[in-house]
Each structure stands twice: as C-alpha cells, then as structure tokens.
Design a protein around this ligand. Structure first.
Ligand SMILES: *Cc1c(COP(=O)(O)O)cnc(C)c1O
Length: 217
C-alpha cells in the first residue's frame, strides 16, 4: 500500500498547476491529516461541522478548512470564525444565515453555490431557476460567491459524468458574466476528477485516493 505522502505526490503530479487540490479528510484522524500536512498539503475538506471544528481546534493554524458537505443552518455559527470556503450552499436561506454569522465575526465568508447536476435525486443542489433567484438577491455583504460546486452521478458511465460536468461548466460560464470575481469551479472526486479537469474544473475534492478508503461515511 502506498503512503499518504506518496498518494499526494502522485495526484499533485497529475494535476494541472491551476487546479487546486482539496484533501478530503472526513473520518480521518489528526495523525493522518498531519501526514498530509507534512507532505505540504494545506487545504483540507470536511463534511460535518462538528468534526471540522474539532480538527480546526487541534491542528496547525495555517490549514485552510473547507466545508464541502450539506450544511444545516443551525451549525453555521460554529464554523463562521474560521471556515475558508463553503462549497455546498444550496439555498438562499442558508446563504443568508452564513451572511448573518459572518457579520457577527466581522468577516466575509467565501462561498460556492452547489448545483444539482446528477441524475440521482439524493444529491443536493440548486436548479437554474433557484440559481438566478440567489444571484438576483443583492443584500448580502458578508458572503462572497466565488463560483459553483457540483457532484456527478455515481456511475461508471463516463459519458454520463462528462455530460453532467459540462452542464456545470456552462452554468459557471454564465455565473462569471454576472460575477467577475467568480473563479472557482469545484468538481471532481477520487473517481472522476480526471474527467472533471478535462471539462474545466479549477478545484478537485479528493479523499479516498489520498487517505485510503473510509470505513464510515
Ligand atoms: C467525500 C466527499 C468527497 C471525496 O470523495 P472521494 O471519493 O473519497 O474522493 C468529495 N466531495 C464531497 C462533497 C464529499 O462529500
């Protein structure tokens, strides 16, 4: 079995230099995260606020913590002081709550809007109409929309995955016309990041290919 360091190096070599790697460390121990840290990784992603906060408290201060999972509004306050990027914003109500908590912390929280691109209805995300609704709402001064995030259908059908990523890229191009600051397209995980990069991803979220399989989800 390859070490975390070796896995990281292999993935880094395969990424174009303009693509940012988020190491998804959910369910992994502080020791495992420190191994990736020692190999130079500084951006980590988690999908549960409680776990994220526990790790933020104990691990090096220069780690940039990304929230990549589905987020409940009542949990936003716990991560508002430190979260570097929220990937999964899938409603205006949630965005408003992030804005409110960011204001209390006297900061601006960078966010990505999560689009629904997969065929499964289990995956969260906005449709085109909801996206326009959020973009039309201009009263939020403590969040900054930096781009889009999406998850493709979990399938071995490459064409299906490619089609979904293309759709997300098209939404992203439209978003950039309205928001020139937007420069992040978060798409691609261990199983599909190569396709995602071919389709224009600027940020990949990779867990199991770095840290090994997870026992618990
Ligand atoms: C777990 C997770 C990932 C990473 O998944 P892997 O298949 O382990 O690379 C990426 N994005 C989100 C939103 C996740 O929840």
């Amino acid at each position: 079995m390859m070490s975390i360091k070796e896995n990281l190096e292999k993935i880094r070599e395969s990424l174009p230099k303009e693509v940012t790697l988020v190491a998804v460390s959910k369910t992994k121990t502080n020791e495992e995260i420190l191994e990736a840290y020692a190999a130079g990784q500084r951006i980590f992603g988690e999908n549960k606020v409680q776990e994220l906060t526990r790790k933020w408290e104990l691990l090096p201060e220069d780690i940039e913590w990304h929230m990549i999972g589905h987020l409940q509004r009542n949990k936003v306050k716990y991560m508002a002081p430190y979260v570097a990027l929220v990937h999964g914003v899938d409603s205006l109500r949630l965005l408003k709550e992030i804005d409110k908590q960011a204001k209390k912390e006297n900061r601006i929280i960078p966010c990505l809007l999560q689009m629904h691109i997969a065929e499964e209805d289990t995956k969260f995300g906005l449709n085109e109409i909801e996206l326009d609704e959020i973009l039309g709402y201009e009263h939020l001064e403590h969040v900054k929309i930096m781009g889009l995030m999406g998850m493709a259908t979990f399938t071995t059908d490459e064409q299906q995955i490619r089609k979904e990523f293309r759709k997300l890229k098209a939404y992203y191009e439209r978003l950039k016309e309205k928001l020139p600051q937007a420069n992040i397209l978060s798409m691609g995980m261990s199983g599909d990041y190569e396709i995602a990069i071919e389709e224009g991803s600027t940020m990949v979220r990779i867990g199991s290919s770095i840290f090994g399989a997870r026992n618990i989800i």
